[in-house]
Design a protein around this ligand. Structure first.
Ligand code: FAD
Length: 395
């Protein structure tokens, strides 16, 4: 598919140039539109052109290169670190169960690591019907290559129709490699999943064009349909104690990693991770400077150990590390209470926190968009309001 420009019909009005979200169009010396390699064939310019001078040429659809009906089952990558299953694995099992039931197929978890067999019962209790286990020394510490090799081998052998993984540093790190190795597509950072039961398609929703639209992406001709989902997008299912399933131990010949892990160092161990926190106090540009985050830390302490979050504006200003960023390019959070201080509430921030149970916003601008999602809105100067809250919490 590509963008074709009819130079005769082009009147050089420049509407397409200002419409293109990717800066892929310009006017040449003859005042005619020209397209560059940044074009993603999104079609925005085609709709905007007043003279129909732009056309998206769709390549003739080639026959699918595989028999999609031969692929069955929903798989979830059961991410574990240092022998501990990560919450995202359970969250994906919860959603995977819903998808598998809609398709009438099994839900399977893929467990990769060394000496991790004991983790399988928890996966059954959270909804897995089968667990594929590859227990191998090359998988003892996570590195992308052996993980990708093991997952690819399993996919080729068992042919799942859907594979879900967490959009974590681990999931993001090797799943794209798997997609390339098995010749399928991958939708990263989905915020919603559904099934078209008639066509057995996974409907993968994610923000697109800088978060301005929610795109629904499908993978009709290749399998598996692969998606990553950020932690906290889905709720963890209640475990069913004693629920069991089938454990399939795969003796794969996993090649050794090219990267050798010498030591694992957790430099963030003294930081409260916003991703899993029950209460988050977030500061935006309205905090006015790095030194003022002290006030937020004080509030977080007064709330009994809440985590401190930040908008991207605060992170970009260098006031706080990106570890704390909430939003589209930061973390997705789902705390019981989210307190946004001096955050305007742009869509890229909201997509990361609007599933919080209770949202409290403090902003001096009564028209700030954050108030549209807030359960409690306080209009005023945060430098007056936060000390008051701290004082009353302490007393
Ligand atoms: C592709 C892309 C990805 C992005 N990803 C993210 C992301 O992950 N996370 C994210 O946060 N942003 C993200 N952004 C940026 C986003 O669009 C906004 O620019 C950003 O969220 C704005 O941060 P802010 O609300 O802190 O700042 P501003 O929009 O500048 O808002 C500051 C607010 O503080 C208020 N204020 C000022 N002083 C006070 C005071 N004394 N008391 C009370 N209120 C006060 C103001 O009224 C204002 O509403 C992304 C943007 C793009 C294009």
């Amino acid at each position: 598919m590509g963008l074709k420009i009819n130079r005769e019909a082009c009147i050089g009005c420049g509407v397409c140039v200002s419409t293109c979200p990717f800066g892929a169009l310009a006017l040449d010396e003859a005042e005619k539109a020209v397209v560059n390699e940044a074009c993603t064939a999104c079609g925005a310019c085609v709709d905007a052109c007043p003279t129909n001078a732009l056309v998206l040429e769709v390549a003739e659809k080639t026959a699918p290169d595989l028999e999609v009906d031969a692929w069955r089952g929903v798989w979830v990558f059961a991410e574990q670190r240092a022998g501990k299953l990560q919450d995202v694995a359970f969250e994906l099992l919860g959603e995977g169960r819903v998808l598998a039931d809609r398709l009438g197929v099994e839900l399977c978890a893929v467990l990769l690591g060394e000496k991790v067999k004991d983790l399988a019962p928890a996966l059954f209790e959270h909804g897995a019907d089968k667990v594929y286990l590859v227990d191998h020394p090359a998988l003892a510490h996570y590195t992308a290559e052996p993980y990708a090799e093991a997952m690819t081998a399993l996919i080729r052998r068992y042919k799942p129709e859907i594979l879900l993984a967490g959009a974590t540093s681990m999931g993001r790190g090797f799943i794209a490699k798997v997609a390339i190795q098995v010749g399928t597509g991958l939708t990263a950072d989905c915020t919603g999943l559904d099934i078209d039961p008639e066509k057995r398609l996974l409907l993968q929703t994610r923000p697109a064009f800088g978060g301005n639209i929610m795109a629904c992406i499908i993978c009709p001709d290749h399998r598996p349909q692969m998606a990553t989902v950020r932690p906290k997008v889905f709720k963890q299912p209640e475990p069913e104690p004693g629920r069991t399933g089938e454990l399939i131990v795969e003796a794969l010949d996993v090649p050794p990693a090219k990267v050798r892990v010498l030591e694992m160092v957790n430099t963030m161990q003294n930081e409260v991770n916003v991703a899993g926190a029950e209460i988050i106090v977030t500061g935006g540009r309205g905090m006015g400077g790095a030194e003022n985050f002290k006030l937020l830390r004080e509030l977080a302490d007064a709330l009994g150990g809440a985590a401190v979050g930040a908008s991207r504006a605060a992170v970009d200003a260098g006031w706080i590390s990106s570890f704390h960023q909430v939003g589209q390019t930061g973390k997705t959070v789902r705390p019981k209470v989210y307190i946004a201080c001096g955050v305007s509430g742009q869509i890229q921030h909201l997509v990361g926190m609007n599933s919080s149970d209770t949202i409290i916003a403090i902003n001096k601008d009564p028209d700030a968009p954050i108030f549209n999602v807030a359960d409690v809105g306080i209009v005023g100067d945060l430098f007056q309001i936060i000390p008051e809250i701290i004082r009353s919490l302490k007393s």
